[in-house]
Ligand binder design. Structure first.
Ligand code: SF4
Length: 656
């Protein structure tokens, strides 16, 4: 057995355990999320942080960043932010954290903000799965995955929607989903575009982009109409609002819904390209409904692909799960496939503008009293600005910012606007491992340790809190964000005791005292394999009741069948497959489109084509394939970024 420290992979929300291997390669260590000790290609590179590291604190003088001692840099950072506090008040400050920072680091960031009197603290983890998290919180109790990865093998049917876990969460997929399918579990993939996950699926339902909710409502309508698969005891004992839901579904126009979502033409995933082995009357949606009706346990896994459609897809999916009694048991429930390492933990720790640690609303007086009894200071009751609002206020109401592990200057869409905003600040303090667009504008830059170079805890996509020791040495003078935030917190608040912790254990133990979700354990109790919160449960939430006022889960309101605009525009779907990024950065990116759309436009594979949203144009290479549904085109997100606008993802495509 190796005596090297075992850490937790800092590169995605699965949370595989690993240690330093040969050279800069990581070696997998069996853990709850990677029981066979496997790592994906990304995880193998976890120790390869890059050469272009920040290694010494820097302070801007005469327009240039110059190396200084830690003492000088910390004092300068605290003085600059304190000047803003004095001139503009607490809400003149912004605190931006990052989902890959540890639970302890996110906890400290929000503690500094709230001790100074503002809830202006946020991180992009809050935005990644906002509708799925909100649906779960509002209707079941907690904005988190309901079950554990290990029990997914007990599912009879797994629905994966708007996600590609075979590539994005590969170890979780290969350790839990693939063996389940091998043992007979039916895999249904709901996604407008086929991908690696589709290859294992028994059924691929490819709705028009944004119409996933219609697919789930259609499935609920079919189950109710046939009367099969409804768990009547569960519906009667554990839910409310069923009669209204059933009555609305009785009037649901299945034919129009199927036409709107364009799912009647779906084909089984086992059929080859262009094959039509599925008779029309036995279409994919009908066959999936039959599978659901016959299943005892249904689990669903959702990604960001179902966010932002014309209706709330996670709400529709949850209705389907409630209807079939598929919540609160092993092999059931809804998994949020979180992409970044500590997305769940960053929000759990309260690094958001409207929630204290443990998802307690800032307006809740009981929650504020609980925090005040630990801190000696009552946090403010008015929600702060979110990250987007904070950036828009930079240089105006907000004059100072502490940015930890985040790079708001990265957007390609609004780069000039963002840079003007950053330059408009009186004080910008950036904590990061590498130089980036934000550090370029900072008054003080503090060099941070990378994920494997620090200790602490992270919470994976199944609510598992795993602690880990430092497994590598940070370069030069770099320090952990936790150490940096403790030093800054002491200086900014003048309260040394508030930030005098006995390592990450001290911070985590304080978190467990203020966050009811994390009550009842200590850092030491987390053990080698970590534990899922709430720590008094066994990993499956809502076994006996839901965390709602009456303990019941409400059905939602049936979503209207959408009207489809049949204009000649195509829906742009984006994603982030590693395999789509060519080694040669200058290579022309690839746009995938269906044969029908290609023929209609006179386009062949390999042609240069123009993609335009009316305001911006990109020249890309066309690839015609059968996995892309008609009416849809697909680009890697990093390429599509300039084409995406808040309200529009439709484009026109023509030969260049
Ligand atoms: Fe790391 Fe995620 Fe790969 Fe596991 S699946 S090794 S956590 S990147």
């Amino acid at each position: 057995m190796s005596d090297r420290p075992t850490t937790v992979c800092p590169l995605c929300g699965v949370g595989c355990r690993l240690e330093a291997g040969d050279g800069s390669r990581a070696r997998g260590v069996p853990g709850p999320a990677n029981p066979e000790g496997r790592l994906c290609a990304k995880g193998v590179g976890a120790f390869d942080v890059g050469d272009d590291r920040l290694t010494e604190p820097q302070v801007r003088r005469d327009g240039r960043l110059r190396p200084v001692s830690w003492e000088t840099a910390l004092n300068r950072a605290a003085a600059a932010l304190t000047d803003v506090l004095a001139a503009a008040g607490p809400d003149g400050l912004a605190f931006l954290g990052a989902p890959h920072c540890t639970n302890e680091e996110n906890y400290l960031l929000q503690k500094i903000a709230r001790l100074l009197g503002t809830n202006n603290v946020d991180n992009r983890a809050r935005l990644c799965h906002v509708s799925a998290a909100r649906t779960l919180a509002e209707r079941l109790g907690w904005p988190a995955t309901t079950n554990g990865l290990a029990d997914i093998g007990e599912a009879d049917v797994i629905i994966v929607a708007g996600a590609n876990p075979a590539e994005r969460q590969p170890i979780a997929f290969n350790s839990f989903v693939r063996p389940a399918v091998r043992d007979g579990t039916t895999l249904v993939h709901v996604d407008p575009v086929g991908n690696e996950t589709t290859r294992l699926a028994d059924y691929h339902v490819a709705p028009r982009p944004g119409l996933d909710a219609t697919v789930f409502d259609l499935l609920s309508a079919r189950l109710l109409a046939d009367g099969d698969g409804i768990d009547r005891a569960f519906v009667a004992d554990r839910t409310r609002g069923f009669d209204g839901f059933r009555n609305s579904m009785a009037e649901y126009d299945q034919t129009r819904a199927a036409a709107a979502a364009d799912v009647d033409g779906g084909q089984s995933a086992s059929a080859g390209a262009g094959e039509t082995d599925v008779p029309n009357e036995d279409n994919t949606v009908a066959r999936v409904a039959d599978e659901l009706a016959a299943a005892d346990a249904i689990a669903a896994m959702v990604g960001t692909g179902i966010e932002g459609g014309t209706a709330d897809a996670s709400a529709a999916l949850l209705d389907l799960l409630l209807l079939t009694g598929s919540v609160g048991r092993p092999g059931t429930g809804l998994f949020i496939l979180r992409g970044l390492a500590n997305e769940q933990g960053a929000v759990d720790a309260g690094s958001v503008p409207d929630r204290l640690p443990g998802h307690q609303p800032v307006a809740d007086p009981v929650a504020r009293d609980r925090v005040a009894s630990e801190w000696g200071v009552t946090p403010p009751s008015t929600p702060g600005k979110n990250a987007r609002e904070l950036l828009a206020a930079f240089g105006e109401e907000v004059q100072g910012a502490l940015v930890v592990g985040e790079n708001p200057a990265i957007s390609k869409r609004e780069q000039e606007w963002l840079q003007r905003r950053l330059d408009g600040l009186d004080a910008l303090v950036a904590v990061d491992i590498m130089p980036n667009g934000t550090t370029e504008h900072a008054d003080v830059v503090l060099p941070a340790a990378a994920g494997v170079e620090k200790s602490g805890s992270r919470t994976n996509l199944e609510r598992r809190v795993q602690r880990f020791p430092r497994a590598a040495t940070p370069p030069g003078d770099a320090r952990s964000d936790r150490t940096i935030l403790s030093a800054l917190g002491t200086r900014l608040t003048g309260d040394q005791a508030a930030f005098d912790y006995d390592g990450p254990a001290g911070v985590f133990d304080e978190l467990t005292r203020v966050a009811p979700t994390h009550a009842g354990v200590t850092y030491a109790d987390l053990g080698a394999g970590g534990r899922q919160w709430p720590f008094d449960a066994d990993g499956v939430l809502y076994r006996r009741s839901f965390d709602t006022d009456d303990g019941l889960a409400p059905f939602g309101t049936v979503r209207p069948v959408p009207e489809i605009d049949s204009a000649e525009t195509l829906s742009l779907v984006t994603g982030g497959r590693a395999s789509e990024f060519a080694d040669d950065a200058s290579a022309t990116p690839v746009l995938r489109l269906s044969t029908a759309d290609a023929v209609e436009r006179g386009i062949s594979s390999g042609d240069e084509v123009v993609v335009t949203n009316g305001a911006t144009e990109l020249v890309v290479t066309a690839r015609v394939d059968e996995e892309t549904r008609t009416g849809t085109v697909y680009l890697p997100a990093i390429v599509a970024d300039p084409l995406l606008r808040r309200s529009s993802s439709t484009v026109r495509v023509h030969p260049s």
